[in-house]
Design a binder for this molecule. Structure first.
Ligand code: MN
Ligand code: MN
Length: 290
């Protein structure tokens, strides 16, 4: 797995995502089920020759991240919704990650704030830049629109089978970050809000990942882990499993076998917009792969 293999496969995964994202946006309309869009995205990624790197995230209004519909979910998009569609695909573990805000209401400025922040940050990237500068660009762009960045959601590196790898790329000004190097694959993802600028967990959890595959005694837990192993260290949705029990999932989380990703919601109930691209750091700039 040479550096060029990583970049080539990330670029291929990114190309798949670009098409899936474009097609999925057209489906997001009032009255349409969230589950229909999530299943379309995940199925289409496979049809186009990649695999989902994580469940299709569809976080609405004050929810910022980690919402995915459950099995049989009847919830639909509503007039006025601010929808964040966050999708990931991988080829042999090499991941591309991208997100877009779809506005079913009157939130154009808030959507623009995260889009412009993303654009300005990508324009600033080159080998040798400190990620602290990117945080500064993102924060000042979002503030120009009169909004706040969300301080505890970040951009990140992408490594084989690891959807959130170092470096952490903050969406606000920090004293010192990490110096980016040529060939690094990173995701930049500003979040803008008219709320407080911070997310907290709420009780709904549909996304998990395997962090410590130690032997378990319960038969159902063993069967579930056999099924989960195909996702390696990447996040999966509870609705992807054939054999599933909340009791067993909760026990596996308590025992440190699985990690849970609760839905993250804006603490001040503010609306949240998000924009995200995966890029490869180049000597003089950045190549957007999504
Ligand atoms: Mn993402
Ligand atoms: Mn990301």
């Amino acid at each position: 797995m040479s550096a060029s293999e990583a970049i080539e496969k990330t670029i291929k995964a990114g190309k798949v995502l670009r098409q899936v994202k474009e097609e999925a946006i057209k489906l997001i309309k009032p009255g349409v089920k969230l589950l229909e869009v999530a299943e379309f995205v995940e199925g289409r990624i496979v049809e186009l020759g990649a695999k989902p790197a994580f469940p299709c995230n569809i976080s609405i209004n004050s929810d910022a991240a980690h919402f995915t519909p459950k099995k049989g979910d009847e919830r639909v998009f509503k007039e006025g919704d601010l929808v964040k569609l966050d999708v990931g695909a991988h080829i042999d573990g090499y991941i591309a990650d991208t997100a877009i805000s779809v506005d079913l209401g009157d939130h154009n400025d808030l959507v623009k704030a995260s889009e412009e922040a993303l654009k300005n940050a990508i324009d600033a990237i080159h080998a040798g830049i400190d990620t602290a500068e990117l945080g500064d660009v993102i924060e000042s762009t979002i503030k120009e629109f009169g909004y706040k960045p969300i301080i505890n959601l970040t951009g990140h590196g992408l490594q084989r089978w690891i959807a959130h790898a170092p470096p952490t790329i903050y969406n606000f000004s920090t004293k010192k970050g990490v110096v980016l190097e040529e060939g690094m694959i990173i995701a930049i993802e500003p979040f803008a809000t008219n709320g407080v600028g911070k997310v907290v967990e709420r009780s709904e959890i549909e996304i998990f990942s395997l962090i410590n595959p130690k032997p378990v005694r319960m038969k159902l837990a063993r069967e579930m882990l056999e099924e989960i192993k195909q996702y390696r260290t990447l996040p999966f949705a509870k609705r992807w499993l054939n054999r599933v029990s909340d009791f067993v999932i909760n026990k596996l989380v308590r025992d440190g076998v699985l990690r849970a990703y609760p839905v993250l919601t804006e603490v001040g109930k503010g609306l949240v917009s998000q924009a995200e691209h995966t890029v490869v750091v180049e000597e003089d700039g950045a190549r957007i792969v999504t």
